[in-house]
Design a protein around this ligand. Sequence first.
Ligand code: ARG
Length: 580
Amino acid sequence: MRIAQHLSEVAEQAIEAALGETAPAALRPAKDPRHGDYQLSGVMPLAKRLGRPPRELAVPVAEHLGQHEAIAAAEVAGPGFVNLRLDPTWVGAAITGMLSDRSRDGVPSVARAKKVVVDFSSPNIAKQMHVGHLRSTIIGDAISRLLSFVGHEVVRDNHLGDWGTQFGLLIVGMRAFGDTEALERDAIQELDRVYKLAAARAKQDEVFAESARAELAKLQQGDQDNRGLWQQFVAATRVTLERAYERMEVHFDTWLGESAYQDRLAGVVQTLLERGVAREDQGAICVFFEGDKDLGKHKTPFIVRKKDGAFLYSTTDIATVQYRKEVFGADAAVYVVDQRQALHFKQLFAVVKLLGIEMELAHVGFGTVLGADGKPLKSRDGDNIKLSDLLDEAEQRASERIRQAAAERGEEMNLTPERLAELAAVVGIGAVKYVDLSQNRTSDYKFDWDKMISFKGNAGPYLQYAHARVHAVFRKAGVDMDKLSTTSSMQLEHPEEVSLAKLLLRFADAVHDAATSYQPHLVCDHLYALARQFSVFYEQCPVLKAQGETRATRLALCALSARQLARGLRLLGIAAPTRM
Ligand code: ARG
């Protein structure tokens, strides 16, 4: 059950019954639990509309709400808020239902499922994947998981930057400086190296530069040899990328790179001209947005064909929307791309609208990852950081941290080297993902290894550890968590049991809100709050020493906590080991 949605409906019925008016409840979780669990502010705008004193209207609404079985107390506060406190018996019954819902942990599916393309990762060939692509990979994967869990049909598409002017330089560069073996070992690294050498040479050597342009033209005209080379670059890069994705447990349903749309581009420009959406300007074909309030003021047109006849990133993106509509029958597309491309996507979406293509489009932008110096994160020699190096370092640091944690607990490391390596991978990569997902995605953030691999605070390892701890409780109790069921409704008595149960009830809202607003951090926030409340509960409410009903209720609360932590982490693409 989505509790906030349910309570909103209850509150709207109360407004209707008390005042004979329909108005949105504007219900939110209360900021301060001392005032209640949820707060309603919808009475105030309604009072304004009716020209009546808000508190006067709030009183009968609160009276109605107070009679509902879910609500223990409804109080008018401040200028006309209504604060609601949930009834522990009702909460107990609600989470008992959740306990038996093993397949969905109480998270309902959406009423209307859509087909959604998630366009993410999308690195460019011959350039080291930069941290921005890592963010796109992590956030895009989490969003795909969230959308499909709430019931949408998701197509994960890697829109590879596999076409463009860099291929002229790469072809001549590979001939002059290339190492085929290195290309097989690590294509991204080798193409990056060759590209840099070729670009430097082209600056000084006009003959070389000219031959690069000639090879590019040949490639574009379909020359067999050059196409073969290009294919080799793309295939080798894909092998290197797949290795990284596999380590990160990320997969794609399709890899339709920019090259896949090349034969549609002339048609796109033609259509834009015919429909009067684009026009010629100094030899180039552009869309202007003079009439548009927002885009008009940017004065930057959307160029779809350059003076020399070349098509652009923008042209490809228009063709891609058409393709996704026609071939996939997509209802929506989500682009997980750096915030710095915001204008590009606004313009793209405006063009799509002008073309009358009906598709819900969203740019899920994200900020920049900064180094300790506050500048975009780079490796020591000023290059983009190699993804595999970053993952290696995460695993190595996680391994150290796991050993250190065992020492702090005064335990011998009793893991075999293989188990330690496995655990370090899960913890290290989980930590990298979590730090990225737990931020409000539009803000920039500073990369900090120590905070990231921490077993305390809002970090991935802390949540994984909290989850493993609950499993340890079951091992000690000799109870199989999956076989746990309660026959009667749970009776919550201790205030920390009630607080934990109320938090558990918020899971479905967190998941749905995160999926709808493309904000995985809402799930992180929930899991972190849950882990913290769990440890308060566990300190104050003995589980193993309790007897009878109390023990059964507490074990059930433990099981629900573990399941939510595991499910939530999985929805973020993070593994949840049962032992750490
Ligand atoms: N390859 C692009 C880049 O690295 C990102 C592509 C994003 N997707 C898209 N459909 N434009 O900047």
